[in-house]
Design a protein around this ligand. Sequence first.
Ligand code: HMG
Ligand code: MG
Length: 287
Amino acid sequence: MSEYVEIFEMGPRDGLQNEKRVIPLAEKIALVDCLSGAGFKRIEVASFVSPKWVPQMADSADVLAGITRADGVSYAALTPNMRGFEAAQAARADEVAIFASASEGFSRANINATIEESFARFVPVVEAARTAGIPVRGYISCVTDCPYDGTVAPGAVAQVAEKLLALGCYEISLGDTIGQGRPETIAAMLEAVLEVVPAAQVAGHYHDTAGRALDNIAVSLEAGLRVFDAAVGGLGGCPYAPGAAGNAATEAVEGFLRKQGYETGLDATVIAKAAAMARAMRGEAVA
Ligand code: HMG
Ligand code: MG
């Protein structure tokens, strides 16, 4: 039997958060409901951040309330602080995610905190999640390049990864936020991270700005990673990362993995349908 590689679907969150057009709630729910039949184990559908910072995610509680939950699917939400965590818990998110940066410039721009201050916010979130039995994932942004600080040292990523793991994150997702990572820089970064976090707890989250996401997934597979984040239709980008284009497209990643002989457990027909829906939802991205 071929080896399983998981795609964690990001479309409804990372995919849509950067869209300029206010996407109607019903369209978001329809996208998630379609994705729920594709075979994903995890779908990120919500983000409990400040609506002033990311207006598109303001209806996250309504999305979680409106979707038809499929058995065996974990519906995930971003939670930058306690306020976000409490909202995610009330909306019955199955898991939450805290998000840090490996670079100070992006940390400040994205969550208005230094890296150290961001960890002070995460501690109570992880403690409350542990008490409630809610799994916490940890993201690291700018794992090779930062739009504000330039090149990011692999050691800086490893340091943040080690701290997120020690805090209690069950998995660390490594974000090439602006899609400037190349196989060489991704491999060097992974070498440092895998010294402090086992490969089984590391995921690759690669944006495709420079068209290298699949190459970066290939080197990550060689390094032992078996989880990749992707968004149907290649939607996405972060409003606080100028120039960041979409996530790796789920349909492309799925096809690539299948060709490499991996099992993804995904239904390509359903994914194609969701990708078409996602593309139709795309407005003009925020600068
Ligand atoms: P702040 O301004 O420093 O904090 O924002 P604050 O505590 O002063 O709050 C400001 C306002 O937001 C207040 O409202 C708070 O009540 C409210 P006001 O009094 O002005 O009316 N507020 C909230 N409202 C709803 N939910 C909350 C919440 N917290 C405070 N949870 C904060 C700090 C973290 C809130 C802000 O910077 C923020 O929301 N940032 C989020 C930015 C974001 O969502 N970026 C995109 C996601 S990360 C990403 O895409 C990268 C990733 O994909 C990986 C990769 O690709 O690299 C994960
Ligand atoms: Mg992202």
